[in-house]
Design a protein around this ligand. Structure first.
Ligand SMILES: [Zn+2]
Length: 423
């Protein structure tokens, strides 16, 4: 709010009432606290948080009694695929952002495996501009680290840094060790995050953590960790204070492949015949991922939203359209044994990913941006692909149980999504 009292009372009042909302009786949760109270937002900024906010009716444009529903920071996603340019029939930036705000996201970063690959200033700035004009949630186009997504020639990092702070060949693994070393050296030199897709997973993670010891100022982010041994290697690397972060996807938490070593009657255990990279692990892998979330080895949750048409999926395209269901999938997992709290949820879905994206941790406190979601975190539901606003509906989880529902998404105080409607 502009505090220019000299501009005249009427103007001040109009500015004052623009985008001015009092949420009452909310369960207010972020990565630091979990409490009941009221939140007053004004001109996109959180003005006050208190157990009870006294107000003059003339000061407030809208009063919303949440009756115990949750108010959370909107989530941030460091890893999704929006398919533009080149595969807009699967998803484009506009449809992807619509799906994202429905899913409860305030900031998403899209991978570079488009056609052509997002490895030039023009492609990346065009995508950033499209997202800006969509005016839904914040967006960052990730740049490829290798030209054409190959592991031979580095992109023009110095130029692309003006547009992005994440570089990744995701979709492809960096198999050439020398290229990986050069990429880490560039990360150290220019201060960007290098995100990696690792297959074969354990082998490449082991190699990259070893290389990271030679380049201590690089920032390595390992995408979609899925195996018990990967979690253990990253845990050890963090003990050695190596600059590594990692993420896990909803599907690797949500499901396990049946094998002979574990009980098959658990709801998340299925012989899923569904192609995704890396593949969904077994019972032990899944437990290790959940333990990694608990002890901080795994820094964040990332959707790896990978939309595909039915035809492409039949032809073997890997991935799951996740961005609208991630919230409920996470909470379903969190509900399982109760050892992960809603504060953990916010640490993993907002604090850590916002920091990786170059922002401060999301907090519901005075002076911070009002990029928030209203959610029912207790309601039981089912994944229903007929509800999807994404252009693609590829998921093996249609009909599976989830917990929680995003009801509204506010971006800097503006309501962008409300109970099924994009605004
Ligand atoms: Zn990947």
């Amino acid at each position: 709010m502009k505090k220019q009292k000299s501009t005249g009372v009427n103007i001040v009042i109009r500015q004052h009432l623009f985008n001015n909302i009092l949420f009452q009786n909310a369960r207010i949760t972020d990565g630091m606290c979990d409490q009941f109270g009221d939140v007053w937002i004004e001109n996109g900024i959180i003005r006050k948080v208190a157990r009870k906010i006294d107000f003059k009716a003339s000061d407030i444009a809208e009063i919303i009694d949440l009756q115990g529903l949750s108010l959370l920071p909107a989530m941030a996603d460091v890893h999704c695929h929006f398919r533009e340019p080149g595969y807009e029939y699967k998803e484009d930036i506009d449809s992807g952002l619509r799906a994202a705000i429905k899913g409860g996201y305030g900031f998403v970063a899209a991978m570079a495996n488009t056609l052509p690959v997002a490895d030039t200033y023009d492609i990346i700035s065009a995508n950033n501009a499209k997202a800006k004009s969509a005016n839904l949630c914040d967006f960052l186009q990730i740049a490829a680290i290798g030209k054409g997504l190959c592991d031979s020639e580095l992109v023009d990092v110095e130029t692309l840094l003006k547009l992005t702070r994440l570089f990744s060949n995701d979709g492809n693994s960096i198999l050439c060790e020398d290229f990986m070393l050069r990429a880490l050296q560039a990360s150290a030199q220019y201060g960007f995050v290098l995100a990696t897709h690792c297959q074969p997973e354990e082998e490449l993670i082991e190699r990259d953590l070893h290389l990271l010891k030679k380049v201590p100022n690089a920032q390595l982010h390992i995408c979609h960790v899925s195996k018990v041994d990967s979690v253990e290697m990253i845990r050890n690397a963090k003990r050695e204070k190596l600059p590594v972060t990692c993420e896990v996807t909803p599907h690797h938490l949500f499901a396990a492949q049946a094998d002979i070593a574990m009980p098959c009657d658990l709801p998340f255990v299925q012989n899923l015949d569904y192609k995704v990279n890396p593949p969904i692990g077994n019972f032990k892998d899944r437990l290790a991922l959940i333990e990694g979330l608990r002890d901080g080895t795994i820094d964040m949750l990332a959707s790896d939203h990978a939309p595909h048409s039915e035809e492409d999926k039949r032809a073997g395209a890997p991935g799951i359209a996740n961005i609208e269901t991630a919230f409920g999938m996470y909470l379903q997992v969190f509900d399982e044994d109760g050892s992960l709290s809603m504060k953990d949820f916010c640490r993993l879905t907002s604090d850590a990913p916002y920091r990786l994206l170059g922002r401060q941790s999301a907090r519901i406190k005075e002076g911070r941006e009002a990029t928030l979601i209203v959610a029912d975190v207790e309601t039981k539901g089912k994944i229903d692909t007929s509800d999807f606003v994404s252009k693609s509906k590829n998921t093996p989880f249609d009909g599976w149980d989830i917990r929680g529902k995003v009801l509204r998404t506010y971006i800097r105080g503006e309501k962008k999504y409300d109970s099924g409607q994009t605004l």
